[in-house]
Design a protein around this ligand. Sequence first.
Ligand code: FAD
Length: 331
Amino acid sequence: MDKELYKGVFVFAEQREGVIQNVAFELIGKARELADSIGEKVTAILCGYKMGEMPKELIAAGADVVLVVDDEKLEHYLTEPYAQAVTHIIQECKPEIVLLGATTIGRDLGPRLSSRLRTGLTADCTSLEIGEDRNLMMTRPAFGGNLMATIVSKAHRPQMSTVRPGVMRRRVADNSRQGTVENVTVPFDTSKFRVRLVKKVHEEKNMVDITEAHILVSGGRGVGSQDGFSKLTDLAGQIHAEVSSSRAMVDAGLIGHERQVGQTGKTVRPDIYMAIGISGAIQHLAGMEESDFIIAINKDKFAPIFQVADLGVVGDLHKIVPILTAKLRAS
Ligand code: FAD
């Protein structure tokens, strides 16, 4: 394979129902950094139907080029039409790097692309850096999160990875940025379309998304019970925070999985993360250690959470949390 033929950093810009997903902006932020370090362009691949202002948003976020496949067949995500569209673009443009979000869509699409393009895919990355010979160093948790493995694809191009939402930082949008928008026509082979969308049912959403919260009050096994959790809810109410948790509390049935932080939960990056009665297992840290300011309350002064905390309080949470809540209420 002539690696020299492959140029540029491409991002699959995931959109759902006309809304570009946060992860796409985060990936464009990272792609910009990677592309600048090797003197390349950032290209966003945008698939859908009636895309409106979306290409402009991608340029403002850092893309130089937006390749748009605007086709009724792509109105809703279906594996085969999307795989055909993105494979076609990659075969035509020969990018050096392709990034996708590790979302349900990215996790479905990524392996199809890698198999059709006969290249590798490193799934669920948490860090990406350019290494020697312009090889992409793709780092992801391995062995149940006990090790971080860095994977390098020396022989194949493009180098592809899916990246967990919330891990990379999006850039501040710059609406004055200039870029190119190109429409791409894909020669779809509809005889391979085996799935038809019959009906769409919207999930009722009454829970907040903890990845969007600015402050998280997160409880672990030390919180102990529903009564303990209500102390956290009181505290959260005083500081406009959302409540999240470690897996121990989800496994105990005290809180829903949608509020779990960590390797098998969500990756969060709030301004303030309060870890209350959480030991700081590596699988938990994987989901929150990038938070801007971490406050830990734990009765064990040797708890690993204190190694990542900016402020640590050693003591009994059942005493400290109500005092803190009362002080905040009075202030
Ligand atoms: P513990 O480790 O039991 O810690 C409880 C802490 O509370 C202790 O440090 C204790 O000192 C403190 N404490 C107790 N009482 C008090 C008190 N009165 N006042 C103050 N402090 C007190 N975990 C996650 O969180 N998220 C994940 O996504 C996740 N994914 C995983 C994936 C895999 C493949 C595996 C193997 C594990 C995963 N885990 C995950 C589980 C993880 O290994 C830990 O078991 C879990 O994070 C522990 O939760 P915890 O800190 O709440 O409980």
